[in-house]
Design a protein around this ligand. Structure first.
Ligand code: 13P
Ligand code: SF4
Length: 349
């Protein structure tokens, strides 16, 4: 295999990395493009990245991912460490579906009767939302530990409010034997006034009506079509896909689950993957000649794509020049948001 020559940005990034040495750690999520992730010291899914941050000792952590991931890193970082995101506008669309004030209001209404409804927030939420969740005694979860954390949340109270991803919630609930009849999807319009309190009160699992637009592009018909073309193929998807897609697939799990499934597949396997395209294409390249990996359909996260090598280079140049724009954590949100994240890290240690 011939290696492509390094671009000017790639060369500059590598020079800056050597110059900064142990003062810098670059971390990246699996959905980042190859030109960016190739410079990362640590790659991972959301859970792994959150777990690794407390062990990083460098002065600067440059995060190649979306805003909520960098915010979680800033929350878990040591005193004096700076967490930098090369483009602050790289925000997860699903995270934006739960405004913190609306969540606070809705939780206030749902618990006014004295019910102990425990909020469980997917890590794809803002720090302000994690703070609200922390104040209500709840925790964070990721796609890798959603089942464990949903069990945890049920043990803490008499019901669970899962947010924002109704798909991950329903896919996880199914594994726990919780059916649609035990769940209620909230209507959060009219600043929370439209919430049906009686219906929510009857449900063991209350769901926020959020989802990931990138994973909503996968449909059971696509799975039917690829199975028709090759009945021996396997289909694996991310649990942010709809329950109909997850049910039709051979397996569903976090980005790390997907990577391991592909790497452990027998020679000659043919696997269709339903998740963000950068990860699928990377796996296809990595496995070329051994197994066939194809996208169920091409679906890109435009926010992950904002972390280009140009912006990564500019961020590193900024560090060298002493001109940085670190992610800040509002002091009033710091302790409760950290509590919600630490509850997850402790429960899943
Ligand atoms: P993972 O935690 O599985 O890496 O997923 C993060 C994400 O944003 C998926 O869309
Ligand atoms: Fe958010 Fe979806 Fe992008 Fe993941 S793929 S970061 S959930 S918008």
């Amino acid at each position: 295999m011939t290696t492509a020559p390094l671009s000017n940005d790639a060369r500059a990034i590598e020079e800056l990395r050597s110059k900064l040495g142990g003062r810098l750690t670059i971390v990246g999520h699996h959905y980042e493009q190859e030109a960016t992730i190739q410079h990362c010291d640590i790659r991972g899914d959301s859970l792994e990245l959150a777990r690794r941050v407390p062990g990083i000792a460098s002065d600067y952590i440059v995060f190649c991912g979306v805003y909520f991931m960098a915010e979680s890193a800033a929350l878990l970082a040591r005193e004096g460490q700076q967490v930098l995101l090369p483009d602050h506008s790289a925000d997860c669309v699903m995270a934006q579906m739960t405004p913190a004030r609306l969540l606070d209001r809705v939780l206030g209404r749902l618990t006014a009767s004295g019910r102990k409804l425990v909020p469980l927030a997917y890590v794809n939420t803002s720090l302000a939302v994690k703070a609200v969740v922390g104040r209500y005694g709840g925790a964070v979860c990721t796609s890798a530990n959603a089942e464990k954390m949903m069990n945890w949340a049920f043990r803490q109270g008499d019901g669970v409010l899962f947010l924002p991803d109704k798909n991950l919630a329903r896919n996880t609930a199914r594994k726990l034997g919780i059916t649609g009849r035990d769940t209620h999807i909230l209507d959060v319009r009219k600043t929370g006034e439209a919430v049906d309190l009686a219906a929510a009160d009857k449900a063991a699992l209350v769901l926020w009506p959020g989802l990931c637009a990138i994973h909503a592009r996968f449909h059971p018909e696509q799975i039917e079509a690829v199975r028709k073309a090759d009945p021996s193929c396997k289909v694996i998807v991310h649990p942010e896909c709809s329950p109909e897609v997850v049910r039709a697939a051979d397996g569903a799990g976090s980005t790390t689950y997907i990577i391991e499934y592909v790497r452990n597949a027998p020679d000659g396997a043919h696997i269709y993957v339903g998740t963000e395209i950068n990860l699928v294409e990377r796996l296809a390249r990595e496995q070329e000649g051994r197994i066939r990996v194809e996208a169920l359909r091409s679906s890109a996260c435009s926010n992950m794509a904002k972390i280009t090598p140009e912006k990564l280079r500019a961020t590193l140049e900024g560090i060298v020049a002493g001109n940085t724009d670190p992610i800040t954590v509002p002091s009033e949100d710091s302790a409760p948001a950290k509590a919600s994240l630490e509850r997850m890290l402790e429960a899943c240690a």
